[in-house]
Design a protein around this ligand. Sequence first.
Ligand code: NDP
Length: 389
Amino acid sequence: MRRITILGATGSIGQNTIDLIARTPDAYEVVALTGGANIARLAQDARALGAQLAVTADPERLSELRDALAGSGVAAAAGPQALIEAASRPADWVMSAIVGAAGLAPGLAALQQGATLALANKETLVCAGALVLETARRHGAQLLPVDSEHSAVFQALIGEDMAAVERVILTASGGAFRDWPLSALQTASLAEASSHPNWDMGQRITIDSASMFNKALELIETKEYFGVDGDRIEVLVHPESLVHALVGFRDGALMAHVGPPDMRHAIGFALHWPERRDLPVERLDLARIGQLNFSAPDDARYPALRLARAVMRRGGLAGAAFNAAKERALDAFIAGRIGFLDMAAVVEAVLDRLEAEPGLIDAAMTLDNVLQTDHLARMRADQVMASRH
Ligand code: NDP
């Protein structure tokens, strides 16, 4: 039996992971499930899967979780340190699907115990790529991408020599506002930004898709995971979301990964790797689909891409600053305090301010320094937003 832990079990990726393992329950022993506010879902899944431990990120909800698990034999715990302890419990495979930088420390803990880490949480590599890769190397842990684009690149590279790779192309649906006039974007509502044309995902990543901050994070994640220079990573708008990524080789060949927009493919690939097994995903009928469309992204519409390229050139702790500023700006957009286009302007202003703080971005990449940069970037984002009013 494979011992499995799911960090962020109550979210969109977590639920898709549970959907897959629940199909062959005898193959898995569930060590720990973690969640945040959704105690009912966490307790229900922990009971159904016979988990050893259920953890909520919120210490104030511990008694609610204990009550929901009463008589089940599942242990309950709460708080950020309990998340790290859950990730440290011996397991063979850990899904990292907490949203945001909060996923970094638990993900590192899973690598430190030598587990295979299936990485949906893109912020982990954006904030601390070198530290994460070095931790995996030191502990002999395998890191597998779950973001659909990175899983696609990973699959296109099987059996290939990285020296033969000329470029990597990430596709993007263009999000909710792809066809909106630019002038209408600033007044786009939360509800409008929270609906994705193709993918069914958590709210935060859905809004990040509309602004392309999601693709911006993925550019940085690609650079970190595959070691490809930022100027060799391209973005292509592809409204159908069927080609997830392409790898271009020195002989001119392009290897594309094509599949339905269903995260269970990338999750299942990481779950069964290095084998391929049956997955309950739609088989594409390309004759029926008929045509696939591609176009270059419009820089004016998606300033997040330009910012990501600057972050990749800058290196150091710029990724941690970028992500934290983005998370804070997104919080403010969700709370109705800033407009849709303000998010990129806030992030750019924070990056400029932090660049002016001597030694900050170039500090050594330790977990403490990453978390400190994250904290500072959030404070600066609040200051920038306050000064705009
Ligand atoms: P969701 O918002 O659906 O789920 C997030 C999970 O994290 C939930 O379990 C949530 O708990 C938990 N959580 C929220 N805040 C905290 C916190 N501060 N500390 C610990 N846990 C917390 O997100 P998604 O599943 O959509 O995304 C998860 C990650 O995977 C993100 O990094 C995203 O970018 C990435 N990803 C997602 C894809 C998708 O298709 N959804 C595709 C590719 C990558 P609760 O809900 O109980 O509050």
